[in-house]
Design a protein around this ligand. Structure first.
Ligand SMILES: NC(=O)c1ccc[n+]([C@@H]2O[C@H](COP(=O)([O-])OP(=O)(O)OC[C@H]3O[C@@H](n4cnc5c(N)ncnc54)[C@H](O)[C@@H]3O)[C@@H](O)[C@H]2O)c1
Length: 419
């Protein structure tokens, strides 16, 4: 069995410097690393991970290895791997199967490579690893203690599996922890999605009309940051509460049909399918830039774009130009995949410090509760969520107020009212 498959193992030195840079900016995970390294709490544990292969993921993987685990890793997106980081991991003994620019067959081939190591714990970002196990490798299920899931779309898929009683082992919804989704989704994606658009195009955001489709945790973060750049931001939302929040945060709120006409840049962040499609492309202005920040490349309909285009041209590794019959040129970034990982480096390390510390504590929780958890989607225990937030505050030098005994009692009692 191959022990790794990466683009160019000779780029490992550059990848190592990137990993060290991430370590400097991930104080919580590095603090937890010390504990795991001394306790060796993961000794002999085989972990299978399907995560974006970035420098921050490397810090998580190497922390688990120092805690005694053996980790096999593949990418969770065909375009998101940082090749030099994958090389550095391979050189350091991780069984890594990932490179940037995979075909769909190569992508699933790498998932199968990871499953060849018979993981006892799975770490997933989008649930492709878990769904492959349930479709193709049910023989592995009896040996799996549990898993974790990093993103909203993955949790949605897993909850659907649990609802259909198709999920056969417990999975912790890392995405839904407060110290993950209140920071990673809006702040991490908010910054890195715009970073991806800027790196790919270098267009000025100030004065542009930017349409953000989906005003959930991710979309609201992108919208705020686009506003900060001086763009006029329009929101498209299907949920009335979120649409109202957007409206009262000062954004214009429109239907997709209306917004398609005015956007210079249109960014999807819904986790939904075909939210920008044929009838919308026909309404767009010449030179509209299309980018997706949601998990899968299904939000902007590529089949529709192909169908109505008279010409397609690859301008750069990140930009595909589609020319419509009416002469309009539409520019699709990162093939409609996650723009922040396809055209930039994903979330800043500081925010992945929170998400991956939660990942690590969730693995520990699964081990401590081995055999006791039902095969369903489980919330991150509140103590872990708070521990990560506390450690981050400490690292940032921020003070945290402690409640007095009297206050603690007051906050859980009903006797005292108007005096
Ligand atoms: N790029 C990244 O690095 C990154 C990071 C975190 C999450 N994600 C992904 O981003 C997506 C959104 O995640 P989230 O946490 O914001 O989810 P969320 O559920 O908080 O928000 C999604 C929003 O989209 C809206 N929506 C759904 N279908 C729509 C449609 N057709 N038109 C308009 N609005 C629609 C929903 O009403 C909701 O408000 C998911 O796919 C998630 O996995 C990506």
């Amino acid at each position: 069995m191959d022990s790794y498959r990466v683009r160019d193992v000779e780029s490992a030195d550059r990848g190592r410097i990137a990993i060290e840079w991430a370590e400097i900016h991930m104080p919580v995970l590095m603090k937890l690393r010390k504990r795991f390294e001394s306790d060796k709490a993961l000794t002999g544990l085989q972990v299978g991970a399907c995560l974006h292969v970035t420098k921050e993921t490397a810090v998580l993987v190497e922390t688990m290895a120092l805690g005694g685990a053996k980790v096999a890793l593949c990418g969770s997106n065909p375009l998101s791997t940082q090749d030099d980081v994958a090389a550095a991991l391979a050189r350091n003994g991780t069984n890594v199967f990932a490179w940037k620019g995979q075909t769909s067959d190569e992508y699933y081939g790498c998932i199968r490579n990871v499953l060849g190591f018979k993981p006892q714990i799975t770490l997933d970002d989008g649930a492709d690893l878990v769904s492959t196990i349930h479709k193709e490798r049910t023989d592995l299920i009896s040996g799996i203690i549990g898993g974790t899931e990093e993103t909203t779309t993955g949790v949605v898929r897993l909850r659907a599996m649990a609802r259909d009683q198709a999920l056969k082992y417990p999975i912790v919804a890392v995405n839904d922890a407060q110290s993950k989704s209140l920071f990673d989704n809006p702040l991490g994606t908010g910054q890195s999605a715009l970073d991806g658009i800027i790196r790919a195009t270098n267009v000025l955001l100030a004065g542009k009309d930017i349409v953000v489709v989906g005003y959930g945790r991710v979309g609201s973060g992108i919208a705020e940051r686009a506003k900060g750049h001086g763009a006029r931001v329009t929101i498209v939302e299907s949920n009335p509460i979120n649409a109202l929040r957007a409206s009262m945060a000062g954004f214009r709120v429109m239907t997709m049909n209306e917004a398609a006409k005015c956007g210079d840049i249109i960014i999807t962040a819904t986790g939904d399918v075909n939210v920008v499609r044929k009838e919308h492309f026909h309404e767009m202005k010449d030179k509209t830039i299309l980018a997706n920040a949601g998990h899968f490349d299904v939000e902007i309909s590529k089949p529709d774009l192909e169908e109505i285009s008279v010409a397609r041209r690859k301008l750069t590794a990140c930009i595909d130009q589609y020319t419509l019959k009416n002469g309009c040129r539409l520019f699709l970034l990162a093939e409609g995949r996650l723009v922040n990982l396809g055209c930039a480096e994903g979330h800043p390390s500081e925010v992945m410090d929170l998400s991956f510390s939660i990942q690590l504590l969730s693995v520990e929780y699964l081990l401590r509760n081995k055999g006791k958890l039902l095969p369903t989607v489980i919330d991150v225990p509140r103590e872990g969520d708070y521990e990560v937030a506390r450690l981050k505050l400490q690292a940032m030098g921020a003070g945290l107020e402690e409640l007095t005994e009297e206050q603690e009692h007051y906050l859980v009692s009903w006797e005292m009212g108007t005096e």
